[in-house]
Design a protein around this ligand. Structure first.
Ligand SMILES: *Cc1c(COP(=O)(O)O)cnc(C)c1O
Length: 425
């Protein structure tokens, strides 16, 4: 693998950008490597500045479900762009995208567009607090909800304690309103409700966790969280920024048949452009200004270019119904990797749902952050670097999800499994 230009570009970037990157995990620190710099992408492939080609299983962290530079998305975006790129005044496209989201989600009557998943979460939390008049929020350890102050909180000593800031700059006064429970642990949530019930505005959860690696909810876990929220008049927020339109046309809530009160969306709904959205019951959504008193705004919210890319992406997902095929292809890939690693006696577990999966280097089941943390991250780094050298780009951290796109074919999967066969870990 040639790496001359990449190395120089990283040096230059570090002079003017903190850490040389605009989002920390891109620095490849946790896999003991230096970042590659991408020149272009097409279908399932990334091409770096040194001319190396990679099969991409990260897909910009999820959005590129149709593969890179999809023809229809590009043509729709170009059409819109030639008429101007931002007006700060309503456009018909915003209503069209909102209608598509409303019709895909039973739990969503109304939806407000924002510019990122982080913003969507911020808005959902403010809505939940404004609607209930309560301040506390339960989140799950290892769940990621963007870089919102109230969500950058980790467990203090003992799991029942109030949260403590997980980043300098987050006031302890904010963190104390965030309560933490282990993922998949209903009893812990019950204990929190017992102690703080009438102070809890909301429970926020990734219905399928994607940010400690892929972790699936245990049977009835989400149902029990739903009933606890009902009993305590707290708002249930599903953070579906990753899972929306990833597992099926709709959200994980469609697959698991559970209706949250609010849902945060992002990634796929922007087709590779910056976007986010919060949707839910009309009775809650109407509390947003200008109809309600809860303030929220954005200069570029509902940007016509982002919205056009989102519509073009959802239209194709709705008509081509690729989910069964994606599921089958991803299963083939995971089965193949397992076969290769088992042949080499390398302990591992793969958590998978549809076209989303994580290969964990561990011999115990991964069901929460604690079990995910027991993985051999050194071995993951080694795996990442060797696969990169063989032209396979994986998420640069053990604790992330891999994704497939409709542009991936059996040929790419076969190549990837073959590369896994050559690993020396
Ligand atoms: C990516 C992600 C976010 C944050 O979205 P940004 O667009 O990066 O701000 C929030 N929640 C979940 C579950 C995510 O995966």
């Amino acid at each position: 693998m040639k790496n001359h230009k990449n190395a120089q570009l990283f040096k230059n970037a570090q002079q003017v950008i903190p850490g040389g990157v605009n989002s920390p995990v891109r620095a490849f620190k946790s896999v003991g490597a230096e970042p590659i710099f991408i020149k272009k992408a097409k279908g399932p492939f990334l091409y770096d500045e040194d001319g190396n080609r990679y099969i991409d299983y990260c897909l910009s962290w999820g959005p590129m479900i149709l593969g890179h530079a999809d023809k229809y998305v590009l043509s729709e975006v170009k059409k819109v762009m030639s008429k101007g790129t931002s007006y700060g005044i309503p456009t018909a496209g915003e209503t069209q995208l909102a209608e598509m989201i409303v019709s895909a989600f039973d739990s969503i009557d109304k939806v407000r567009m924002v510019s990122s998943g982080t913003e969507a979460v911020m808005t959902a939390l403010r809505l939940a607090r404004g609607a209930t008049g309560r301040d506390k929020v339960i989140k799950f350890i290892g769940g990621y909800h963007g870089h919102v102050d109230h969500m950058l909180v980790s467990a203090g000593s003992g799991l029942m304690t109030l949260g403590t800031p997980s980043s300098p700059g987050v006031p302890a006064d904010f963190a104390k309103n965030t309560l933490l429970a282990p993922y998949n642990d209903v009893e812990a949530v019950m204990r929190l409700f017992k102690e703080y019930g009438d102070q809890i505005a909301a429970v926020i959860i990734e219905p399928v966790a994607g940010n400690m690696g892929t972790v699936l909810p245990k049977p009835y876990f989400l149902n029990e969280i739903r009933s606890l929220c009902n009993q305590n008049k707290s708002i249930l927020i599903f953070d579906e920024v990753i899972s929306c339109f990833r597992l099926c046309y709709g959200g994980a809530q469609t697959q698991y048949k559970i209706k949250p009160d609010l849902t945060t969306l992002g990634k796929i709904i922007g087709g590779g452009f910056p976007i986010g959205a919060v949707g839910g019951k009309a009775s809650i959504m109407n509390k947003l200004s200008p109809d309600g008193a809860i303030y929220q705004a954005g200069t570029l919210s509902g940007n016509p270019v982002c919205v056009a890319a989102g519509i073009a992406t959802l239209k194709q997902l709705e008509t081509s119904k690729p989910y069964r095929k994606l599921d089958k292809l991803t299963k083939t890939l995971c089965d193949g990797i397992t076969e290769q690693l088992t042949g080499k006696s390398i302990p591992h577990k793969i958590n998978r749902i549809g076209s989303m999966f994580t290969l964990f280097f561990t011999d115990c089941e991964v069901t929460d952050f604690d079990t995910a943390s027991k993985c051999d991250t050194e071995r993951y780094g080694n795996y990442f670097r060797q696969m990169l050298n063989m032209g396979i780009y994986l998420p640069p951290s053990q604790f992330e999800a891999n994704f497939l796109s409709t542009a991936h074919t059996k040929k790419h999967i076969g190549k990837t499994i073959k590369a896994a066969g050559k690993l020396r870990l």
